[in-house]
Design a protein around this ligand. Structure first.
Ligand SMILES: [Zn+2]
Length: 311
């Protein structure tokens, strides 16, 4: 697959491994001058999304909710490996816009089929109909998806990359805070059951490099009271953090693409007029917003120069 934003990825990696050399250099930053980002991606579109969406809002957090539009409004049984059947109650169609009004609505396949078991035409139908249904319900463009069962491969990802979406998430946890190296096989940091183990490490991470904490899960798992308490605690810790940008997958990718378009020379940064505002971290540790069409003097680090050669 074509590498996505290779320069930013290299920058992230090089800064993670060589922070001391970078401290005095100018660097690209997330909105508000932040260096950390949090994506919370939740699958299926079940009624447990309602209290979970409220929990996120209470803590100033944004979720990406991946919905199976073919099941909205129904109760459906899912056979389990042990022979049991778990019943899921999906969000009513006429509640979608209000439940997710402060969050990103994303696709998850109309009927939650395993893409690795489908033909290309069937994959396109599963995604295309889900996007069309959700765009009608949401009233805006659908940019993101999570693979049903987390199942994908390079062939599926190539197909999904031509559907108009900008990104698609797997469940292949990396347990790292690295930026994505593939947006259509986007491997998250971890399932939310493992997130508490990484929370303190993320909060303690230095602010001088771009990083991403990408958590995924299902709100129906919060029917377990212990899991509900754990996610409440996680949101309390991660919410309202001045150093963390809480963002949906689609908005994150849009901003990353804007950073990628910033023109860099060893002594200057230029934000193209067609770009949205972007943020930079200055050598003195302060942050600055670079308006569309604006330039500024900047001393880019050696890794940033190397980044230019890779683009
Ligand atoms: Zn699912």
């Amino acid at each position: 697959m074509r590498p996505i934003f290779p320069g930013l990825f290299l920058l992230s990696l090089s800064l993670l491994t060589n922070c001391s050399r970078q401290v005095a250099a100018t660097a690209l930053a997330y909105p508000g001058g932040k260096s950390k980002a949090l994506i919370l991606s939740y699958d299926d579109g079940v009624i447990e999304d309602i209290p979970f969406a409220h929990l996120l809002e209470d803590h100033g957090l944004v979720g990406t909710f991946n919905l199976n539009s073919g099941y909205l409004g129904v109760t459906r049984g899912w056979p389990q490996p042990g022979g049991d059947t778990v019943f899921q109650q999906y969000i009513p169609v006429d509640s979608v816009r209000s439940v997710y009004k402060n969050h990103e609505i994303a696709a998850h396949g109309t009927f939650h089929q395993d893409f690795l078991a489908l033909t290309e035409a069937e994959i396109r139908e599963e995604i295309g109909s889900d996007i069309a249904n959700l765009e009608r319900l949401a009233g805006h463009r659908i940019e993101s998806m999570a693979y049903p069962f987390g199942r994908s491969d390079a062939t599926v990802a190539t197909i999904v990359g031509t559907t108009g979406l900008t990104n698609a998430r797997t469940v292949a946890d990396t347990h790292t805070f690295a930026l994505p190296d593939s947006l259509f096989l986007w491997h998250p940091t971890c399932h939310d059951s493992r997130a508490p183990e990484l929370t303190d490490a993320y909060l303690a991470l230095p602010n001088d490099t771009l990083s991403l904490f990408y958590v995924w899960g299902h709100a129906w798992e919060f029917k377990d009271p212990a899991r509900w308490l754990a996610i409440q605690d996680f949101c309390r810790k991660m919410g309202h953090q001045t150093t963390i940008w809480s963002v949906g997958s689609g908005a994150y990718v849009t901003y990353l693409a804007a950073l990628h378009k910033v023109r860099r020379t060893p002594n200057r940064l230029h934000n193209p007029a067609s770009n949205p505002p972007v943020w930079v971290r200055l050598a003195n540790g302060q942050y600055e917003r670079l308006a569309p069409g604006a330039s500024r003097r900047a001393r880019m680090g050696s890794d940033s120069q190397r980044m230019l050669k890779n683009e």
